[in-house]
Design a protein around this ligand. Structure first.
Ligand code: ADP
Ligand code: MG
Length: 265
């Protein structure tokens, strides 16, 4: 569905939550793969210095000649850092550990919050005919995450089905509001996806109830179960859809992709 005549650019979605280990990277990789399996061209932008999305899609650390770091520092064009993966129509810009100092290096740069926004809109990107860009954010509300929120049309929040999950959310929502007021008025919430859900666990059910009561339709109907296939797949450098297509994890991310596509139609 990469229609070169389409009037607007890709839908840019930041996958953010300042808590670590809640399923951001797992969602970026597997939602990205599911969207690409559904016929869309998808670019994952890894902006976490840990580079887990890059590793999980088979871009080893010593093979990252250029990365998003070079783009943010103005030393490479974004289009020149886009790499293919083993999954058809799933592309990635890798991250490298030097990203961890980007905050400080960019402190005196004018428009430092707009670096990713501007880079994604460089004309050379058009030739990739991207349908979706998923930005895998670091576990922090730092300049990197702000760059993602300024660049994005929407933010998708993975919420781990655990106690205190909702508490961290208010800080993120505050940051979203600030970005909306200062830099990106069109930023909206794509949705909240419950992750690592265990239906036998009362706590998971409680978190789901609370989330649906407080956030209403913002919470995706699809819930991502805790599924060991999802945690195994990255060590084989594969999305779960390729590693074990019949697993519950694979089916959940396909359902999430279908819901996302339906919401945006
Ligand atoms: P984040 O990017 O928010 O830090 P990750 O996506 O890296 O979180 O997930 C943290 C850990 O939990 C990883 O080891 C990942 O493989 C595992 N994980 C994520 N989602 C699931 C899930 N639904 N079921 C089982 N393990 C998961
Ligand atoms: Mg991550």
């Amino acid at each position: 569905m990469s229609d070169p005549t389409r009037p607007r650019g890709p839908r840019i979605i930041a996958i953010a939550n300042q808590k670590g280990g809640v399923g951001k990277t797992t969602t970026a990789i597997n939602l990205g793969a599911a969207l690409s399996h559904a016929g869309h061209t998808v670019l994952i932008v890894d902006i976490d210095p840990q580079g887990n999305a890059s590793t999980g899609l088979g871009v080893e650390a010593d093979a990252r000649e250029t990365s998003i770091y070079d783009v943010l520092l103005g030393e490479a064009e974004l289009a020149d850092t886009i790499r293919s993966t083993e999954v058809g129509d799933l592309l990635i810009i890798p991250a490298t550990t030097d990203l961890s100092s980007a905050d400080i290096e960019l402190i005196s740069t004018e428009k430092r919050s707009f670096l990713l926004h501007d880079a994604l809109r460089q004309p050379a990107v058009d030739r990739f005919a991207l349908d979706y860009v998923l930005i895998d954010c670091p576990p922090s509300l730092n300049l990197l995450t702000v760059n993602a929120l300024v660049a994005a049309d929407s933010v998708l929040v993975p919420l781990q089905s655990e106690f205190f999950a909702l508490e961290g959310l208010s800080q993120l929502m505050l940051t979203v509001r600030e970005v909306r007021e200062t830099a990106n008025p069109r930023l909206r919430i794509e949705g909240v996806a419950l992750t690592m859900y265990d239906k036998r666990n009362n706590l998971s059910q409680q978190v789901e109830e609370d989330a649906r009561e407080n956030l209403g339709d913002l919470v995706f109907q699809t819930v991502i179960p805790r599924n060991v296939r999802l945690s195994e797949a990255p060590s084989f450098a594969m999305p779960v859809l390729d590693y074990d297509p019949s697993s519950r994890g694979a089916q959940a991310y396909q359902a999430l992709a279908a819901e996302l596509i339906a919401r945006n139609d």
